[in-house]
Design a protein around this ligand. Sequence first.
Ligand code: CA
Length: 229
Amino acid sequence: MARKVLVLEDESSIRSFIVINLTRAGYEVVEAESGEAALEMLKANPDARVALLDIMLPGIDGFEVCRRIRATNTRIGIIMLTARSQEMDKVTGLMTGADDYVTKPFSPAELTARVDALFRRAGGASPEQAGEIYQEPFLLNTRNRTLEKNGQRVKLTQVEYSIIKMFMENPGKALSREEILDTVWGRDYFGEVKIVDVNIRRLRLKIEDNAQNPTFINTVWGYGYKWGF
Ligand code: CA
């Protein structure tokens, strides 16, 4: 399987830092210095499994790139590169379909750990057995990693899929945010637990009849979340 990563960063010093470290970690890296170039690059390299997207760019910004990638590709893992001052951008980035974010400046170890974690998920490498989980009105197909609600396909990112799968395998059970973080992002994940909340918020918009009054993904106050019923 290709271990290919797309890196979009306009600052050449940061870009080389990323490229050198990912190459050292065994990844094949394709580089772009503008959003437009990154989208072209992705067309030419459809086997790229993870994309690192800087936000502040000349031309279209990283959020727009993310949105355009997600319009046609739910499978690729997307990590936004944010500056420390852009706290709100993290949330915006995740809402436009990114799976994760890394705050600059980051260490080589942090960078590769994040890419590794997403790679494992994007590759679907986990030894889950193929099959279907049906809980009205949802049908989760673990072979195709797809979700249907009332027979209609719901487009999910790989992270969203993993969360839903965890829920549907544990109906009615209160799951702590840390438990969800460990299962979905991996134990070696460096990030913060609030990334769980951000993804849940986005999932609710996709699967609830009314995201303001959720009935499938219920909040367990001060603890985590519970699937339905
Ligand atoms: Ca930049």
